[in-house]
Design a protein around this ligand. Structure first.
Ligand SMILES: Cc1cc2nc3c(=O)[nH]c(=O)nc-3n(C[C@H](O)[C@H](O)[C@H](O)COP(=O)(O)OP(=O)(O)OC[C@H]3O[C@@H](n4cnc5c(N)ncnc54)[C@H](O)[C@@H]3O)c2cc1C
Length: 451
C-alpha cells in the first residue's frame, strides 16, 4: 500500500517561513529522502527580504538584489510556490491560494490540503484614517518601496533643481517621515545622509535647502535602544538640522500639504509612513484563534492555542514571552524573535511528527542596533551602549553575521568595501518603474503622467 507523505504547508517566505523551512529540511532529511514528508512553501515573492538592510538599500550602500535571498536556491528540498494564500479552513486542513497563473487562466483560487500548517504571513503597515495618506503616503517594508523611495528622493532634488516655481521647489525639498521606530529613524537617517551627499553635485540645491521632518506621536523615538540612547538619537538628528517633532501626529496630507497636530503645515511631495505594524489580514480569513490585537494566539511551544497541527511565529503570532516574568506579556514583533522562534518551531514540528516532547520558546530581548547614516549609529545591546562610529560599525558587523547565506554575506561585504574606495552612487533610476514608457512613446503612445 502506498501512503501519502505528510505535507507541511508553510505560509509566508519571510524570516519565519524561510528559517522554519530551512530547519525542517535539515531536521527531516531522512523522512524527506524516504518520501514520507513533503514541505510546501507558499509566498507571494520568490525571495526572503532581509528587512534590516532596507535603509541601506535605500541609501544605495547595498544593491537591492543582495537584500533578498532566493527561496528556491536555499530551500532546495522544499516545493516553493509563488502565490498568495487567500483563506485557510483548518478544520478541513485546506488552504486556498492564488498564483500569477490562476489570474491568467481565470480559474480562481486553488485548494491545497495539508497535515501541518505553519502560518507566518508577518505584518503590514498600521495606517490611520489620515486624509490624503492613501493617495500620497509611501510605505517602507519591501525592497521595492526602499528602492522606489531612493529614486523618488533623488528625483525630488532634480525637480527642485529644474523648477522656477518656489512652491514646487519647497514641496520637492521637504521630506516628512511619520513614526520614530527603527524603520522610520533608519530610513530617514540613511536617506538624509545620502541626499546631503548628493547635493554636492547640484549647482542650485544645497543640503541646507532641504527640510527633513520626523513626526512621532509619543514622547520618544527608537524605544528599541532604550530611553537614554533614544534621547541621544534625537539630539544627533537635530544637530543634523532634522526637525524632530515628538508628541505630534500627522493630521492630514491632502493636496501635497502635510498638516501636523501642532499646527505646522508643510508643502511636501514626500510622506513616508512607518508608524508601526499590524498583523497580516490573512489571519482574519482563517478559523484559527486570534487575540484582541489580531495576532494568532500561540503557546510557548509555538503551536496555535487549541488548534492541533497549526503553528505560528513572528510578527503574525502572539507568543508568550516566558522570560518577562509577567503573565500576558507577548514577544515583540521583530527579527530577533522571528529568527529564533523559527528554529524552535522547526524543531517542534519535527519532534511532534516523531512523537517526541516539545520545547518552549524562551529568549530575552538583548537590545538593538540602528544605523543613522554612513559612520553614524546608536546601539544598546547586552547592556552595552554605543554611539556614533562604534555603534555604526557594530550595526554592520551584527547584520553581516545575520544576513542569510555565505553568498549574500560576501556580496554585501564586497559592496561595502567598494563603497569605501569609490564615491557613492547618486543616480535615480526612476524610469525602472516604467520600463515600457520609452518604447510606448516610440510606438505612438503617450508618456505616463508624472505621479
Ligand atoms: C525597514 C525595516 C527594518 C527592520 N529592522 C529590524 C531590525 O533592525 N531588527 C529587528 O529585530 N527587526 C527589524 N525589523 C522587523 C523584522 O523585519 C520583522 O519583525 C520580521 O521580518 C518578521 O518576520 P516574519 O516572518 O513574521 O514576517 P516577514 O519577514 O515580513 O515575512 C512574511 C512573509 O509572508 C509573506 N506573505 C504575506 N502575505 C501572504 C499570503 N497571503 N500568502 C503567503 N505568504 C504571504 C510575505 O510576502 C513575506 O514573505 C525591520 C522591519 C522593517 C520593515
Amino acid at each position: 500500500m502506498v501512503t501519502e507523505p505528510v505535507r507541511i504547508l508553510v505560509v509566508g517566505g519571510g524570516y519565519v517561513g524561510m528559517y522554519t523551512a530551512l530547519r525542517l529540511q535539515r531536521k527531516l532529511k531522512p523522512e524527506l529522502k524516504r518520501g514520507e514528508v513533503e514541505i510546501v512553501v507558499i509566498s507571494p515573492d520568490p525571495y526572503m527580504t532581509y528587512q534590516p538592510f532596507l535603509p541601506e538599500a535605500a541609501a544605495g550602500s547595498i544593491s537591492p538584489r543582495h537584500v533578498v535571498v532566493p527561496l528556491r536556491r536555499v530551500l532546495d528540498h522544499c516545493r516553493v510556490v509563488v502565490g498568495e494564500v487567500q483563506s485557510i479552513d483548518h478544520a478541513k486542513r485546506t488552504a486556498s491560494f492564488t498564483t500569477l497563473a490562476t489570474a491568467e487562466e481565470g480559474t480562481g483560487a486553488l485548494d491545497i490540503s495539508y497535515d501541518e500548517l505553519v502560518l507566518a504571513p508577518g505584518s503590514i503597515s498600521r495606517t490611520l484614517p489620515v486624509p490624503g495618506l492613501a493617495d500620497y503616503g509611501i510605505g517602507f517594508k519591501t525592497v521595492e518601496e526602499a528602492i522606489g523611495l531612493r529614486n523618488h528622493v533623488i528625483e525630488q532634488m532634480d525637480i527642485a533643481s529644474s523648477t522656477r516655481d518656489p512652491a514646487v521647489r519647497e514641496a520637492a525639498l521637504t521630506f516628512v517621515f511619520v513614526g520614530g521606530g527603527y524603520a522610520g529613524v533608519e530610513a530617514l537617517g540613511e536617506l538624509e545622509d545620502m541626499a546631503r551627499y548628493a547635493a554636492r553635485y547640484y549647482h542650485n540645491v544645497k543640503a541646507e535647502d532641504m527640510k527633513w521632518i520626523l513626526v512621532e506621536a509619543s514622547g520618544r523615538i527608537l524605544p528599541e535602544v532604550g530611553e537614554e540612547m533614544g534621547k541621544y538619537t534625537v539630539s544627533q538628528l537635530r544637530k543634523r538640522n532634522i526637525d524632530v517633532r515628538l508628541e505630534t501626529r500627522l493630521d492630514t496630507c491632502e493636496d501635497r500639504v502635510a498638516v501636523l497636530s501642532d499646527g505646522a503645515r508643510f508643502r511636501t511631495r514626500t510622506v513616508v509612513w512607518t508608524a508601526g505594524v499590524k498583523p497580516h489580514p490573512l489571519l482574519a480569513a482563517t478559523d484559527l484563534p486570534r487575540n484582541e490585537r489580531g495576532r494568532l494566539r500561540c503557546t510557548a511551544e509555538l503551536s496555535v492555542d487549541g488548534a492541533p497541527h497549526a503553528w505560528g511565529a513572528g510578527d503574525a503570532a502572539a507568543v508568550p514571552d516566558v522570560t518577562a516574568g509577567e503573565p500576558g506579556k507577548e514577544c515583540a514583533p521583530n527579527a530577533q524573535h522571528a529568527v529564533r522562534q523559527a528554529k524552535v518551531l522547526g524543531d517542534n514540528i519535527a519532534a511532534s511528527l516523531r512523537k517526541q516532547p516539545l520545547q518552549e520558546y524562551a529568549h530575552k530581548y538583548v537590545g538593538s542596533v540602528a544605523s543613522l547614516g554612513l559612520h553614524k549609529g546608536v546601539a544598546h545591546v547586552y547592556g552595552r551602549k554605543l554611539k556614533g562610529y562604534p555603534a555604526w560599525f557594530m550595526h554592520r558587523v551584527y547584520h553581516l553575521s545575520r544576513v542569510p547565506t555565505l553568498n549574500r554575506k560576501s556580496r554585501v561585504l564586497a559592496e561595502w568595501t567598494l563603497a569605501g574606495l569609490f564615491k557613492r552612487e547618486i543616480v535615480s533610476l526612476g524610469s525602472l518603474e516604467h520600463p515600457r514608457a520609452e518604447f510606448e512613446l516610440a510606438a505612438g503612445g503617450e508618456r505616463p503622467k508624472e505621479s
